[in-house]
Design a protein around this ligand. Sequence first.
Ligand code: IVH
Length: 668
Amino acid sequence: MVDAQARIEELRELIRQHNHRYYVDASPTISDREYDLLLRELEDLEKKHPQLVTSDSPTQRIGGEPLNGFETVAHNIPMLSLSNTYSKDEFREFDGRVRKLLGDTPFSYFLEPKIDGVAISIRYERGVFVRAVTRGDGIKGDDVTLNIKTIKSVPLRLQSSKTAPAVLEVRGEVFMRKDGFARLNETRQEQGLEPFANPRNAAAGSLKQLDPRITAERPLDIVLYAVGSVQGVEFSTHEDCILSLRHFGLPTSPRTWKCADIDAAIAAIDELETIKHDFAFEIDGAVMKVNERTLYDDLGNTAKSPRWAVAYKYEPEQAETILRDITVQVGRTGVLTPVAELEPVVVSGSTISRATLHNEEEIARKDIRIGDRVVVEKAGEVIPAVVRVNLDARTGDEKPFQMPSECPVCESKVVKREGEVAWRCENLQCPALLKQWIRHFAARGAMDIDGLGDVLVEQLVDNGLVSNPVDLYSLTVEQVAALERMGTKSAENLIKGIEASKRRDLWRLIFALGIRHVGSRSAQTLEGVFGSLDALIAAEMDQLEAVHDVGAVVAQSIHSHFREPHNLEIIRALKDHGLNTERLGSGPVEGGRLEGRTFVLTGTLSSFTRDQATERIRSLGGSVTSSVSKKTSCVVAGESPGSKLAKAQKLGVEVLDEAAFIRLLEAE
Ligand code: IVH
């Protein structure tokens, strides 16, 4: 036991150090595998000695059940915001005010990047992470402790914890790195989910999740740049404070500038502007703080912001260029998007030659015409947009744009649905939809067809070998091997991959069909409730609407999809090829959210039959057993529960009522 405790502590310390090297310093010294082995050893030991588990153990990053809501917590010291300046003159005026307030007292400045994210406060007590709260209205915020714990660069225990202060509340910004944001959006689009508009929204949305397991999957990071309440430590300057945070193992800004005076600060602002694109995260300005913390009381605060700090916002970088043409793209769901084809121009460090124009209303509102000189901007640095037209440069030769009445790809009539601004092509045979549909059908999260990448989809469609997903199942090795850059070996692998996809779980097929509004999670729910594709096809509106987390819009979309003869034909053909259209076995779905958890049902549930509830749990990876034991993760108790409830209570097993059970099933 003593040995176990010692080893546990040793492992935790090692893992903490490696976490810091990996997530804060970005210079790991061991391989991922070696790291996993350490973590696994710790997990095993903690499983054997559950009494030795502590909240700051590296194993405790993702914990707890989804919350029903966030608790509101008052900040000990209000979280102020900053006054913004938009020009060097305004910025110098701030310096003038500071000098006037301080008289002859000498002081200096400290300058750091302004990160565009979500402000957060994290409290450490004696070096141990205890709580994280959002800025909220500055006076009180949401307790997002469980979500912040999932951010790997946030230490759950401070380094040099022996000398850690009694209380250290650090403040900073949670954000999403540019690369992580791009990847997240790609995945979301593949899953048919709405992409986030910018990294800031993505970070905010991720912190709002009530289920920390979802937050854990989001590539969040943090930089700390201030302190709130502290006991047992003092910092005479802001620089001193930042160095201490670093010393405690907390992530801080990779670049900061100590500036003797306002001229030095302006030089630093200019330098930061030239290098800001090289940062892994978005920077929308610079923050200048008086370095001497001893002067903060004298300087004081206005109602909203301190008089010792100010932000300088960079102008979003814009450039003028010629709008050569407007083309129209057709997305997987058939939406027509007008795209600006631009004379290439450098904005925010990258060359832009295309920018989305969103929809025809947007074009009309901005009066954008082909041939115009337009101002483009990288909104949030990621998505290029046309901001406005330079009307002074109009020659009269510019041509107004007309949205085509036919799909630019298949020439079928486009339609505008009630309440939507977008025009759509609704022809499922449209090659534009087709390539995307095949890609979607074969994707990892859908039928998971090994070897069927984007390039191959292009080739198969362009060569007329595939004009719907059914055709995949009649492809031969010879046909595939005859394609450019394909060998017999890879052709064989593809055919094997296609063959293997016939035995996939039903939900994958439901998702792969590309029914509007049906993502992989709703597909899993539908598999759980209906059990077979035939039952789903036959389902009437009221049955579909009765399924939890399937709203009226989704239900309507499913219902009409299966009333379309063409869609039914595809399904019949897929069945003829031997694709699985039933729920496989009764085992839990691998990799589901509830994997490894065992449920026992007791009493009557009002929204499900026993079988449906069982299916729902299994479709999310959980298993259902009939008797309660210490190993049971959770007992779901409906009306008039039996003795199982009493047993659960006696054994201290978690009990969920129907409402809590539904929340668990539906947690996003
Ligand atoms: S200091 C009392 N430093 O910008 C001053 N804020 O517009 C506390 N921000 O609410 C803030 N980078 O969310 C500070 N290096 C930085 C910052 C920064 C981003 C955010 C922060 C603040 C907002 C004000």
